[in-house]
Design a protein around this ligand. Structure first.
Ligand code: V47
Length: 399
Protein backbone atom coordinates (compact mmCIF):
# COMPACT_ATOMS: atom_id res chain seq x y z
CA UNK A 1 0.00 0.00 0.00
CA UNK A 2 1.22 3.43 -0.84
CA UNK A 3 2.40 5.41 2.14
CA UNK A 4 1.16 9.01 2.11
CA UNK A 5 3.86 11.51 2.83
CA UNK A 6 3.42 13.77 5.85
CA UNK A 7 2.30 17.16 4.60
CA UNK A 8 4.85 19.76 5.67
CA UNK A 9 3.44 22.58 7.76
CA UNK A 10 2.96 25.67 5.63
CA UNK A 11 3.17 29.13 7.06
CA UNK A 12 -0.39 29.95 6.06
CA UNK A 13 -1.56 30.00 9.67
CA UNK A 14 1.20 32.50 10.52
CA UNK A 15 -0.41 34.93 8.13
CA UNK A 16 -4.03 34.35 9.08
CA UNK A 17 -4.45 37.68 10.89
CA UNK A 18 -3.02 39.47 7.83
CA UNK A 19 -5.34 37.48 5.57
CA UNK A 20 -8.25 38.64 7.74
CA UNK A 21 -7.11 42.27 7.49
CA UNK A 22 -6.84 42.12 3.69
CA UNK A 23 -10.25 40.42 3.51
CA UNK A 24 -11.68 43.32 5.52
CA UNK A 25 -9.95 45.91 3.29
CA UNK A 26 -7.84 47.13 6.22
CA UNK A 27 -4.52 48.87 5.70
CA UNK A 28 -1.46 46.78 6.65
CA UNK A 29 1.22 48.01 9.05
CA UNK A 30 5.02 48.10 8.72
CA UNK A 31 5.21 44.88 10.80
CA UNK A 32 2.63 43.16 8.59
CA UNK A 33 4.71 44.07 5.53
CA UNK A 34 7.83 42.64 7.14
CA UNK A 35 6.06 39.38 7.98
CA UNK A 36 4.87 39.06 4.38
CA UNK A 37 8.43 39.50 3.11
CA UNK A 38 9.76 36.99 5.67
CA UNK A 39 7.15 34.39 4.79
CA UNK A 40 7.94 31.61 2.35
CA UNK A 41 4.26 31.03 1.75
CA UNK A 42 4.48 32.63 -1.66
CA UNK A 43 1.08 31.37 -2.79
CA UNK A 44 -0.77 32.97 0.13
CA UNK A 45 1.12 36.25 -0.38
CA UNK A 46 0.34 36.08 -4.11
CA UNK A 47 -3.30 35.30 -3.43
CA UNK A 48 -3.57 38.36 -1.16
CA UNK A 49 -1.95 40.53 -3.84
CA UNK A 50 -4.41 39.18 -6.41
CA UNK A 51 -7.23 40.06 -4.07
CA UNK A 52 -6.00 43.66 -3.68
CA UNK A 53 -5.47 44.00 -7.44
CA UNK A 54 -8.92 42.60 -8.14
CA UNK A 55 -10.45 45.07 -5.72
CA UNK A 56 -8.70 48.00 -7.42
CA UNK A 57 -8.59 46.93 -11.08
CA UNK A 58 -10.80 43.86 -11.46
CA UNK A 59 -9.16 40.58 -12.48
CA UNK A 60 -9.75 40.74 -16.21
CA UNK A 61 -7.47 43.32 -17.76
CA UNK A 62 -3.70 43.73 -18.05
CA UNK A 63 -2.35 46.99 -19.45
CA UNK A 64 0.49 47.69 -21.87
CA UNK A 65 1.47 50.56 -24.13
CA UNK A 66 3.45 51.18 -27.29
CA UNK A 67 6.31 53.33 -26.09
CA UNK A 68 9.86 54.28 -27.02
CA UNK A 69 12.65 54.82 -24.49
CA UNK A 70 15.07 57.68 -25.10
CA UNK A 71 18.27 58.15 -23.04
CA UNK A 72 19.68 61.43 -24.42
CA UNK A 73 23.12 61.17 -22.79
CA UNK A 74 25.02 58.74 -20.61
CA UNK A 75 27.48 61.38 -19.39
CA UNK A 76 26.74 61.87 -15.71
CA UNK A 77 28.08 64.00 -12.88
CA UNK A 78 26.89 61.51 -10.24
CA UNK A 79 28.57 58.26 -9.24
CA UNK A 80 25.86 55.80 -8.21
CA UNK A 81 27.40 52.47 -7.29
CA UNK A 82 24.67 50.35 -8.88
CA UNK A 83 24.76 52.19 -12.21
CA UNK A 84 26.40 50.59 -15.25
CA UNK A 85 25.09 53.17 -17.71
CA UNK A 86 26.94 56.34 -16.68
CA UNK A 87 30.22 57.58 -18.14
CA UNK A 88 31.85 60.30 -16.13
CA UNK A 89 33.56 62.28 -18.88
CA UNK A 90 32.56 63.24 -22.40
CA UNK A 91 35.72 61.62 -23.80
CA UNK A 92 35.38 58.32 -21.89
CA UNK A 93 35.07 55.47 -24.44
CA UNK A 94 31.38 54.73 -24.96
CA UNK A 95 30.22 58.17 -23.77
CA UNK A 96 27.55 59.79 -25.94
CA UNK A 97 25.37 62.89 -25.99
CA UNK A 98 22.70 63.25 -28.67
CA UNK A 99 21.50 66.67 -29.75
CA UNK A 100 17.73 67.24 -29.83
CA UNK A 101 17.89 67.01 -33.65
CA UNK A 102 19.78 63.70 -33.50
CA UNK A 103 17.16 62.31 -31.12
CA UNK A 104 14.31 63.30 -33.42
CA UNK A 105 15.99 61.51 -36.35
CA UNK A 106 17.23 58.48 -34.38
CA UNK A 107 13.74 57.50 -33.28
CA UNK A 108 11.93 58.29 -36.55
CA UNK A 109 11.92 54.67 -37.86
CA UNK A 110 10.22 53.48 -34.65
CA UNK A 111 7.54 56.13 -34.31
CA UNK A 112 4.17 55.26 -35.82
CA UNK A 113 0.73 56.60 -34.96
CA UNK A 114 0.16 53.99 -32.22
CA UNK A 115 3.29 55.00 -30.27
CA UNK A 116 1.81 57.04 -27.46
CA UNK A 117 4.73 57.60 -25.08
CA UNK A 118 8.37 58.63 -25.05
CA UNK A 119 10.06 57.60 -21.79
CA UNK A 120 12.99 60.00 -21.41
CA UNK A 121 15.66 59.65 -18.70
CA UNK A 122 19.42 59.99 -18.82
CA UNK A 123 22.67 61.16 -17.31
CA UNK A 124 23.07 64.41 -15.39
CA UNK A 125 25.44 66.05 -17.82
CA UNK A 126 28.18 68.01 -15.98
CA UNK A 127 28.54 70.87 -18.49
CA UNK A 128 25.29 71.21 -20.46
CA UNK A 129 22.70 73.73 -19.25
CA UNK A 130 19.00 73.25 -18.47
CA UNK A 131 18.18 74.46 -22.02
CA UNK A 132 19.48 71.16 -23.43
CA UNK A 133 16.73 69.22 -21.64
CA UNK A 134 14.03 71.80 -22.42
CA UNK A 135 15.04 71.77 -26.10
CA UNK A 136 14.72 67.98 -26.25
CA UNK A 137 11.11 68.20 -25.08
CA UNK A 138 10.32 71.04 -27.48
CA UNK A 139 11.89 69.26 -30.48
CA UNK A 140 10.04 66.00 -29.75
CA UNK A 141 6.72 67.76 -29.20
CA UNK A 142 7.11 69.70 -32.44
CA UNK A 143 7.91 66.63 -34.55
CA UNK A 144 5.64 64.07 -32.83
CA UNK A 145 2.83 66.14 -31.26
CA UNK A 146 0.58 63.13 -30.49
CA UNK A 147 3.16 61.41 -28.29
CA UNK A 148 3.02 61.93 -24.51
CA UNK A 149 6.37 62.94 -22.94
CA UNK A 150 7.02 61.05 -19.70
CA UNK A 151 10.35 62.58 -18.82
CA UNK A 152 12.95 63.19 -16.10
CA UNK A 153 13.04 61.56 -12.69
CA UNK A 154 12.80 63.44 -9.39
CA UNK A 155 16.60 63.25 -9.24
CA UNK A 156 16.90 65.00 -12.61
CA UNK A 157 14.43 67.70 -11.54
CA UNK A 158 16.52 68.31 -8.40
CA UNK A 159 19.68 68.49 -10.56
CA UNK A 160 18.03 71.05 -12.88
CA UNK A 161 17.10 73.14 -9.83
CA UNK A 162 20.74 73.12 -8.69
CA UNK A 163 21.87 73.94 -12.23
CA UNK A 164 19.59 76.94 -12.61
CA UNK A 165 19.20 78.15 -9.01
CA UNK A 166 15.42 77.89 -9.53
CA UNK A 167 13.11 76.04 -7.18
CA UNK A 168 11.59 72.66 -8.08
CA UNK A 169 8.17 74.14 -8.85
CA UNK A 170 9.59 76.64 -11.34
CA UNK A 171 11.71 73.97 -13.04
CA UNK A 172 8.63 71.75 -13.41
CA UNK A 173 6.50 74.63 -14.70
CA UNK A 174 9.09 75.40 -17.38
CA UNK A 175 9.26 71.75 -18.43
CA UNK A 176 5.46 71.52 -18.57
CA UNK A 177 5.50 74.59 -20.80
CA UNK A 178 7.94 72.76 -23.11
CA UNK A 179 5.70 69.67 -23.32
CA UNK A 180 6.29 67.54 -20.21
CA UNK A 181 3.23 65.31 -19.67
CA UNK A 182 4.22 63.20 -16.66
CA UNK A 183 7.24 61.92 -14.73
CA UNK A 184 8.68 58.40 -14.63
CA UNK A 185 9.39 56.72 -11.31
CA UNK A 186 13.17 56.38 -11.41
CA UNK A 187 15.69 57.71 -8.93
CA UNK A 188 13.77 56.45 -5.90
CA UNK A 189 16.18 53.49 -5.46
CA UNK A 190 15.94 52.77 -1.69
CA UNK A 191 14.89 55.72 0.45
CA UNK A 192 16.38 54.65 3.77
CA UNK A 193 19.54 56.75 4.37
CA UNK A 194 21.58 53.75 5.59
CA UNK A 195 21.34 52.30 2.08
CA UNK A 196 20.88 55.46 0.00
CA UNK A 197 24.11 56.96 1.36
CA UNK A 198 25.97 53.83 0.27
CA UNK A 199 24.52 53.26 -3.20
CA UNK A 200 23.84 56.80 -4.43
CA UNK A 201 25.18 59.36 -1.94
CA UNK A 202 24.94 62.32 -4.33
CA UNK A 203 21.32 61.79 -5.28
CA UNK A 204 18.39 63.82 -3.91
CA UNK A 205 17.46 62.31 -0.54
CA UNK A 206 14.12 60.64 0.15
CA UNK A 207 12.40 63.77 1.44
CA UNK A 208 13.48 65.77 -1.62
CA UNK A 209 12.46 63.03 -4.11
CA UNK A 210 9.06 62.71 -2.44
CA UNK A 211 8.55 66.48 -2.20
CA UNK A 212 9.27 66.89 -5.94
CA UNK A 213 6.63 64.30 -6.78
CA UNK A 214 4.25 66.09 -4.41
CA UNK A 215 4.84 69.37 -6.28
CA UNK A 216 4.35 67.63 -9.64
CA UNK A 217 1.04 66.22 -8.38
CA UNK A 218 0.03 69.67 -7.20
CA UNK A 219 0.76 71.00 -10.71
CA UNK A 220 -1.58 68.36 -12.14
CA UNK A 221 1.02 65.85 -13.36
CA UNK A 222 0.77 62.13 -12.75
CA UNK A 223 4.00 60.40 -11.80
CA UNK A 224 5.28 56.89 -11.16
CA UNK A 225 7.47 55.47 -8.39
CA UNK A 226 10.08 52.70 -8.35
CA UNK A 227 12.12 50.68 -5.86
CA UNK A 228 15.50 49.18 -6.78
CA UNK A 229 15.68 45.86 -4.90
CA UNK A 230 18.05 42.94 -4.63
CA UNK A 231 21.35 44.67 -3.82
CA UNK A 232 22.44 45.50 -0.27
CA UNK A 233 19.05 46.39 1.21
CA UNK A 234 17.10 44.27 3.70
CA UNK A 235 13.38 43.53 3.91
CA UNK A 236 13.16 46.30 6.52
CA UNK A 237 14.44 48.83 3.99
CA UNK A 238 11.97 47.65 1.36
CA UNK A 239 9.01 47.98 3.72
CA UNK A 240 10.22 51.40 4.89
CA UNK A 241 10.41 52.46 1.21
CA UNK A 242 6.90 51.27 0.44
CA UNK A 243 5.40 52.93 3.51
CA UNK A 244 7.06 56.28 2.63
CA UNK A 245 5.51 56.05 -0.86
CA UNK A 246 2.11 55.19 0.59
CA UNK A 247 2.28 58.19 2.92
CA UNK A 248 3.23 60.52 0.06
CA UNK A 249 0.34 59.15 -2.00
CA UNK A 250 -2.01 59.89 0.93
CA UNK A 251 -0.71 63.48 0.90
CA UNK A 252 -0.64 64.24 -2.84
CA UNK A 253 -2.47 61.43 -4.65
CA UNK A 254 -0.84 61.69 -8.10
CA UNK A 255 1.11 58.44 -8.33
CA UNK A 256 -0.23 56.18 -11.05
CA UNK A 257 2.03 53.15 -11.04
CA UNK A 258 4.59 51.47 -8.82
CA UNK A 259 7.42 49.59 -10.54
CA UNK A 260 9.74 47.32 -8.54
CA UNK A 261 13.10 47.26 -10.39
CA UNK A 262 15.16 44.11 -10.05
CA UNK A 263 18.81 45.10 -9.59
CA UNK A 264 21.23 43.77 -12.22
CA UNK A 265 24.84 43.40 -11.05
CA UNK A 266 27.24 43.60 -14.00
CA UNK A 267 29.66 46.42 -14.96
CA UNK A 268 29.20 48.50 -11.82
CA UNK A 269 30.86 49.09 -8.44
CA UNK A 270 28.25 47.31 -6.35
CA UNK A 271 28.50 43.87 -7.96
CA UNK A 272 26.56 40.84 -6.89
CA UNK A 273 25.45 39.72 -3.46
CA UNK A 274 25.66 36.03 -2.71
CA UNK A 275 21.91 35.57 -2.53
CA UNK A 276 21.29 37.59 -5.68
CA UNK A 277 17.59 38.01 -6.19
CA UNK A 278 15.59 35.02 -7.44
CA UNK A 279 12.25 34.52 -9.17
CA UNK A 280 10.75 33.75 -5.76
CA UNK A 281 12.01 37.06 -4.36
CA UNK A 282 10.76 38.97 -7.41
CA UNK A 283 7.25 37.53 -7.24
CA UNK A 284 7.12 38.16 -3.49
CA UNK A 285 8.32 41.75 -3.94
CA UNK A 286 5.67 42.45 -6.59
CA UNK A 287 3.01 40.89 -4.37
CA UNK A 288 3.96 42.62 -1.10
CA UNK A 289 4.18 45.95 -2.96
CA UNK A 290 0.67 45.46 -4.33
CA UNK A 291 -0.67 44.62 -0.86
CA UNK A 292 1.03 47.47 1.02
CA UNK A 293 0.47 50.17 -1.62
CA UNK A 294 -3.30 50.06 -1.26
CA UNK A 295 -3.61 53.61 -2.60
CA UNK A 296 -1.63 53.08 -5.83
CA UNK A 297 -3.81 52.35 -8.86
CA UNK A 298 -1.30 50.13 -10.69
CA UNK A 299 1.71 47.85 -10.17
CA UNK A 300 3.91 47.19 -13.18
CA UNK A 301 5.86 44.02 -13.99
CA UNK A 302 8.58 45.64 -16.10
CA UNK A 303 9.47 42.74 -18.42
CA UNK A 304 12.87 44.22 -19.36
CA UNK A 305 14.14 43.79 -15.81
CA UNK A 306 12.11 40.77 -14.70
CA UNK A 307 12.40 38.83 -18.01
CA UNK A 308 9.19 38.15 -19.97
CA UNK A 309 8.45 34.76 -18.31
CA UNK A 310 8.67 36.16 -14.76
CA UNK A 311 6.76 39.30 -15.75
CA UNK A 312 4.07 36.97 -17.05
CA UNK A 313 3.90 35.09 -13.72
CA UNK A 314 3.78 38.41 -11.89
CA UNK A 315 0.37 38.97 -13.50
CA UNK A 316 -0.90 36.36 -11.02
CA UNK A 317 0.93 38.06 -8.12
CA UNK A 318 -0.73 41.46 -8.14
CA UNK A 319 0.70 43.21 -11.23
CA UNK A 320 -1.81 44.58 -13.72
CA UNK A 321 0.61 46.21 -16.19
CA UNK A 322 3.53 44.80 -18.17
CA UNK A 323 5.00 48.12 -19.51
CA UNK A 324 5.39 48.45 -23.26
CA UNK A 325 7.34 47.81 -26.42
CA UNK A 326 10.32 49.89 -25.08
CA UNK A 327 12.38 49.54 -28.35
CA UNK A 328 15.77 50.78 -27.12
CA UNK A 329 16.84 50.09 -23.53
CA UNK A 330 20.29 51.07 -22.32
CA UNK A 331 20.31 51.39 -18.51
CA UNK A 332 19.59 47.75 -17.76
CA UNK A 333 21.37 46.23 -20.74
CA UNK A 334 24.58 48.07 -19.81
CA UNK A 335 24.24 46.20 -16.49
CA UNK A 336 24.30 42.88 -18.34
CA UNK A 337 20.63 42.12 -18.97
CA UNK A 338 20.16 39.51 -21.66
CA UNK A 339 16.48 40.13 -22.37
CA UNK A 340 15.48 41.53 -25.74
CA UNK A 341 15.54 45.33 -25.94
CA UNK A 342 12.11 45.38 -27.47
CA UNK A 343 9.00 43.27 -27.71
CA UNK A 344 6.44 43.86 -30.39
CA UNK A 345 2.76 44.23 -29.67
CA UNK A 346 2.04 40.61 -30.54
CA UNK A 347 4.59 39.35 -27.98
CA UNK A 348 2.88 41.39 -25.28
CA UNK A 349 -0.57 40.16 -26.32
CA UNK A 350 0.66 36.56 -26.24
CA UNK A 351 2.21 36.88 -22.76
CA UNK A 352 -0.94 38.43 -21.35
CA UNK A 353 -3.47 36.18 -23.08
CA UNK A 354 -1.56 33.05 -22.02
CA UNK A 355 -2.38 33.78 -18.35
CA UNK A 356 -6.08 34.06 -19.15
CA UNK A 357 -6.27 37.86 -19.02
CA UNK A 358 -7.36 40.39 -21.60
CA UNK A 359 -4.68 42.78 -22.90
CA UNK A 360 -5.62 46.45 -22.89
CA UNK A 361 -3.52 48.92 -24.83
CA UNK A 362 -3.37 52.17 -22.87
CA UNK A 363 -1.76 55.56 -23.11
CA UNK A 364 0.49 56.85 -20.32
CA UNK A 365 -2.47 58.09 -18.29
CA UNK A 366 -4.35 54.79 -18.62
CA UNK A 367 -6.86 55.99 -21.18
CA UNK A 368 -7.92 52.86 -23.06
CA UNK A 369 -6.83 52.68 -26.70
CA UNK A 370 -7.90 49.13 -27.57
CA UNK A 371 -9.16 46.04 -25.76
CA UNK A 372 -7.83 42.82 -27.32
CA UNK A 373 -10.66 40.44 -26.43
CA UNK A 374 -10.66 38.34 -29.61
CA UNK A 375 -8.72 35.04 -29.95
CA UNK A 376 -4.95 35.53 -30.28
CA UNK A 377 -4.95 34.38 -33.96
CA UNK A 378 -6.91 37.51 -34.80
CA UNK A 379 -3.86 39.62 -34.03
CA UNK A 380 -1.05 37.33 -35.24
CA UNK A 381 1.28 38.75 -37.88
CA UNK A 382 2.53 36.51 -40.71
CA UNK A 383 6.13 36.99 -39.67
CA UNK A 384 8.20 39.02 -37.26
CA UNK A 385 11.69 40.40 -37.07
CA UNK A 386 13.99 39.26 -34.25
CA UNK A 387 17.62 40.11 -33.61
CA UNK A 388 18.61 37.02 -35.54
CA UNK A 389 16.39 37.61 -38.54
CA UNK A 390 12.88 37.11 -39.81
CA UNK A 391 10.69 34.38 -38.26
CA UNK A 392 7.63 33.09 -40.04
CA UNK A 393 4.56 32.61 -37.79
CA UNK A 394 2.83 29.33 -38.56
CA UNK A 395 -0.91 29.29 -38.10
CA UNK A 396 -1.32 25.60 -37.28
CA UNK A 397 -4.86 24.25 -37.30
CA UNK A 398 -5.31 21.76 -34.47
CA UNK A 399 -7.56 18.78 -35.34
O1 V47 B 1 16.39 54.92 -11.32
C1 V47 B 1 19.98 51.70 -12.72
C2 V47 B 1 17.51 51.69 -12.28
C3 V47 B 1 16.09 53.24 -13.05
C4 V47 B 1 20.42 49.59 -12.55
O2 V47 B 1 8.20 55.11 -14.61
C5 V47 B 1 19.05 49.79 -12.43
O3 V47 B 1 7.23 53.75 -16.01
C6 V47 B 1 18.74 47.57 -12.13
O4 V47 B 1 13.00 54.23 -13.44
N1 V47 B 1 20.07 47.29 -12.23
C7 V47 B 1 15.56 53.91 -14.29
N2 V47 B 1 18.22 48.78 -12.22
C8 V47 B 1 14.43 53.09 -14.92
C9 V47 B 1 13.08 53.51 -14.39
C10 V47 B 1 11.83 53.04 -15.04
C11 V47 B 1 11.85 51.92 -15.84
C12 V47 B 1 10.66 51.52 -16.46
C13 V47 B 1 9.49 52.21 -16.31
C14 V47 B 1 9.50 53.34 -15.49
C15 V47 B 1 8.23 54.13 -15.35
C16 V47 B 1 10.66 53.76 -14.85
O5 V47 B 1 16.87 52.13 -13.43
C17 V47 B 1 17.01 54.00 -12.14
C18 V47 B 1 17.59 52.86 -11.33
O6 V47 B 1 16.77 52.57 -10.24
N3 V47 B 1 18.83 51.10 -12.51
N4 V47 B 1 20.99 50.79 -12.75
C19 V47 B 1 20.93 48.26 -12.44
N5 V47 B 1 22.24 48.01 -12.50
Amino acid sequence: MLQTLPIPATQTSDLSDIVAKVDAGERLSYDDGLRLFRSNDLLTVGQLANQVNTRINGDKYVYFNQNRHINPTNVCAFHCNFCSFAKFKEDTPGAYTWTPEQIVERIRPDVHNRVTEFHIVGGLHPTLGFDYYVDILRALKKEYPWVHLKAFTGVEIDFFAQLTGKDHRTVLEELIEAGLGSMPGGGAEIFHPDIRNKICPEKADAATWLAIHGIAHDLGLHTNATMLYGHIESYEHRVDHLIRLREQQDRSGGFNTFIPLRYHPENNNLGRRLDWTTAHDTLKTIAVSRILLDNFPHVKAYWIMLTPPIAQLALHFGADDIDGTVVEEKIYHDAGATTEEQLDKFDLLRLIKAVGKTPVERDTLYNVIEIYDQPIETYAPDSRKTRRGEVKITHIELN
